[in-house]
Design a protein around this ligand. Structure first.
Ligand code: SF4
Length: 301
């Protein structure tokens, strides 16, 4: 179960000249394309449905919108089609870009793990098998033992599993994810199980802080503004993402360093603005605006 490719809003605004957007009418493509890093492009699949409800979730609106049902074979076809379109693109090849990553993200891919696993097997046998696959998960179902994750090391593709932590201790998790605090323990257990099982194999398991929190600037309507966007707790105080719980430090950080992925806070189309406001304070030109989104700063409005 997916939601539609991220290019579709462009088509709806009348920019439907691209062949991919025309194709969308027929087969509802689910493969988006974006920049991974440097000159490496990524094909992105957005799986639908999540077992958390993070206040800042970038895809909250899509979770409640149209869903697209596909078999793994159909999804592979979308990926290959997008791969061909992008690779043929004159600008892409002239500038030295190439598709090197397939990212499976969403919402939460582990909710339909059997499907994802079948898809990975198909990718492994396809012309896309030179791409690295990145799976982003909150890890909870792995920690609970509800999903069997074995078998990825039988594939030849390189796989990164990024376990996206919603904070670094129980209080942060409970506040940010609007979910029961004991699920943070399942995040830790999920990471540990995956890491220990796949250590030394083609599957790399990484702990990642799953919230855009970079200081000093924000991005709004494609422009960068120099402002601190703080992620705050229920009292409005800035969260300290180095305040680890003991088990997080002992069980996660002892295995691998946390990747902070210092991305700036963004007001994505899909956020729930009411809940996102609760976790944000913006410091702009010497003033602090609590529970105000960057676009709502009086000077910018
Ligand atoms: S941020 Fe990720 S884990 Fe949190 S609700 Fe959104 S999709 Fe789920």
């Amino acid at each position: 179960m997916y939601y539609q490719t991220r290019w579709v809003p462009l088509r709806r605004r009348g920019l439907g000249w691209h062949r991919c957007n025309v194709l969308f009418k027929d087969h509802k493509c689910v493969a988006s394309c974006g920049l991974a890093y440097g000159k490496v492009l990524e094909l992105v699949l957005d799986v639908k449905g999540c077992n958390l409800n993070c206040k800042y979730c970038w895809c909250w609106k899509m979770r409640h919108g149209e869903e697209i049902l596909k078999y793994p074979e159909d999804v592979l076809r979308d990926l290959e089609c997008r791969f061909d379109e992008v690779s043929r693109d004159f600008f892409v090849s002239r500038k030295g870009y190439r598709v090197g990553v397939i990212r499976i993200t969403g919402n939460e891919p582990s909710l339909q793990w059997d499907h994802v696993f079948e898809l990975l097997k198909l990718i492994d046998r396809s012309k896309l098998n030179g791409c690295k696959v990145i799976v982003e998960t909150n890890g909870i179902l792995f920690g609970m033992g509800r999903v069997s994750f074995e078998g990825l090391d039988e594939l030849e593709i390189d796989i990164d599993i990024d376990v996206s932590f919603k904070g670094v201790n129980y209080d942060q998790f409970e506040w940010l994810s609007s979910s029961r605090r004991e699920y943070f323990r399942y995040q830790i257990e999920g990471f540990v199980k995956l890491f220990d099982y796949y250590e030394g194999s083609n599957v790399n398991v990484n702990p990642v802080l799953g919230i855009n929190h970079a200081e000093n600037y924000c991005v709004w309507r494609g422009r960068r503004y120099v402002m601190d966007v703080e992620i705050v707790d229920e009292r409005g105080e800035k969260l300290d993402f180095y305040e680890y719980s003991e088990d997080f430090e002992n069980e996660v950080l002892s295995r691998r360093e946390l990747r902070y992925d210092e991305a700036p806070f963004r007001e994505y189309f899909g956020i729930n603005r009411d809940t996102a406001r609760l976790v944000v304070a913006v410091v702009y030109e010497g003033k602090r605006f609590l529970h105000v989104l960057p676009s709502e700063i009086p000077d910018l409005v």
